[in-house]
Each structure stands twice: as C-alpha cells, then as structure tokens.
Design a protein around this ligand. Structure first.
Ligand code: G4P
Length: 298
C-alpha cells in the first residue's frame, strides 16, 4: 500500500482515530521493531492524549534482539510505556497482548469488580503507519482473514468488533498514521526497511546508507554474507563504500556489458537481503541514534 499524505489526509486520519478513541479502552501502537522511532507518528502523544497505550514492536523476527531489549528499556524508562516485541506473521508474542492490556487497565477492571460488575471485554484499536503489519496482526488475533484496509477517504463503514477470545474486542479497521516524512533520516530508515516506495529515494542511495550502517554496526555479518575480506574503516570515504557495493554486485553477478558492476542491481540485492533478514537480524535505529549520522552522499 502506498499512501500519499497531504495535510488534508493527515487531518482526516487524525479525526478518524480520535472518533474511534471514544469507543475503546486501550490503543495498540504498532511500531516496526527495526525502526521504532522512524515508524512512529510525530504527533502520537497529542492524538492519543491519556488513552492507555501498549507499544507493540512488530517484525521482531527481523530486528536485532539486543537493540530491541534497549528499546523496551527506553520506552519503560523514558516514556513510561510498556513495549512488547511480537511477530504478527508467525504469532510470536501476540498472546501477551491481552495480559499486558489487562495490566494497563487494572484500575478500571478492579473498579468494575468492586461495583459487583463482571468486567467486560477490553476494547482495543490498533494504530500504525502503512506496512507496519496492522492487517497481519488483526488477522492473527481474529484467527481468520479480515479485509482490514483501514479508512479510505469518502468511504464510511459500520464499525465491526472482532472477538479475540472472551477478554478482548478489536476494531476491525486499524487507525492509519503517517510517519515524519520531512525528516531525511526517517525517510531513509523507512525506505531501507521497505515501508515506503523506492521511487521517493534513489535505490542506490538507500543501499549506500544501508551499507554504511552495516559496516558501522554489523561488520562481521556483512563480511560473512558476501565473503568480503575487509571493510573500509573510514565511513565518510564515499569511494570505499561504493567499492563495497560493487564487490557485492560482482559476487552476485550484477554485471553489465564491459564487466562493469550494475549498481542498481547490486542495490536491489543488498536491500532485498537486508529487508528479509538474510544478512542477519538488523535494527536500523537504537534509542538516540538513527541510520546515518550525517548525510554524506554527493
Ligand atoms: P499494514 O496493514 O500495516 O499496512 O501492514 P500489513 O499487515 O499489510 O503488512 C505489511 C508487510 O509486512 C506484509 O508483507 C506482511 O507480511 C509483513 N509483516 C507483517 N508482520 C510481520 C512480521 O512480524 N514479520 C515479518 N517478517 N513480516 C511481517 P508484504 O511483503 O507486503 O506482503 P506478503 O509478503 O505477506 O505477501
């Protein structure tokens, strides 16, 4: 799905989520575990206000477990938010969502019990940017395929509740949020993970930053994957970074006539393997640091 966000769309998306907030007890804020910062909506606190919120870090299978642990600590210590790693596609961690939501709502549930009421099912809404895995998670929780495509402009649809066991009811259409497009680092992180379409940024540029990041953070895994003997030590040496991309292209047969390496093809290979976890489990952001510190592409 590729959504073009304009100010009008953002206002509408925000309004639609705020309408739904009235119906629910808890928000499941779905982020990409590889880029929890860049896959986040810049206005999320303002949109959700004090609605109880569980942060869920999806695509945990592709992210670096050490870095994910750092993020969980960051969310707890800095934002007082509980963050849960999951893989919506396999279901890993998904069962934890209900107990975590119950913990967040413990006060409310206890109050219902004190009044002699039977606690009703927790009503939840999943929100997140396009491609973060909202539909996959809804389908997993529902135990069947739901055509959850989010809100389309001009289409009004009755709200449907999906029962998740006896303890939770989930709105069948997620809230679609927008990322912080205007920030180049965010754009790169989203492009490197495949969350936004490549046409927005040049493929070779995204691959260049990715290689630069891998050299800095996952050098052994990079060398191993592409049988490279050594890597450049100077991350600002453009020619040396390009030489790594060329070496990868050459090893993978991305050659044009005359024996030159086809950098576009090499970039496609690098990004495909980065995105599907073939190089290793990679996180592109740690709390406080993003994919590239300084843009140095000429
Ligand atoms: P959205 O509703 O938020 O827009 O996202 P959606 O569920 O459509 O998921 C976007 C892509 O992310 C899908 O891949 C989906 O399979 C993948 N995905 C979702 N959760 C996980 C996860 O936990 N781990 C991994 N590795 N991938 C996940 P796609 O390439 O667009 O489609 P397809 O390959 O499933 O056909």
């Amino acid at each position: 799905m590729n959504i073009q966000w304009f100010p009008g769309h953002m206002t509408r998306a925000r309004r639609q989520i705020q309408e739904k907030l009235k119906l629910i007890d808890v928000v499941i804020e779905l982020l990409d575990a590889r880029i929890p910062q860049s896959s986040r909506n810049p206005m999320i606190d303002e949109i959700l206000k004090d609605k109880p919120r569980l942060v869920v870090l999806n695509k945990n299978d592709l992210a670096d477990p050490k870095v994910t642990a750092e993020w969980i600590r960051y969310f707890a210590e800095t934002e007082n938010l509980d963050a849960l790693p999951i893989d919506a596609s396999t279901g890993f961690g998904v069962k934890e969502i209900i107990p975590r939501a119950k913990k967040l709502l413990a006060h409310k549930i206890e109050a219902q019990i004190r009044k002699g009421m039977r606690p009703r099912a927790i009503r939840a809404l999943i929100v997140g940017i396009p491609n973060v895995g909202k539909s996959t998670l809804i389908n997993h929780m529902a135990g069947r395929k739901i055509a959850a495509t989010g809100d389309k402009p001009g289409v009004t649809k009755a709200q449907q509740w999906i029962k998740v066991g006896t303890e939770m009811e989930l709105l069948d259409t997620p809230g679609i949020l927008w990322p912080k497009f205007e920030d180049q680092q965010v754009g790169l992180a989203l492009a490197a993970t495949g969350a936004i379409r490549e046409e927005i940024l040049h493929l070779d540029e995204i691959a260049y930053y990715s290689i630069q990041y891998l050299i800095a953070n996952y050098p052994e895994e990079l060398k191993e994957r592409y049988s490279l003997d050594k890597l450049p030590t100077d991350l600002e040496d453009n020619q040396a970074i390009l030489a790594v991309m060329e070496a990868i292209g050459r090893k993978r047969g991305a050659i044009v006539s005359g024996g030159r390496v086809d950098l576009d093809k090499a970039s496609v290979i690098i990004l495909r393997e980065l995105r599907n976890g073939k190089i290793t489990r990679i996180s592109l952001e740690t709390p406080g640091a993003q994919i590239a510190a300084e843009p140095i592409m000429e």
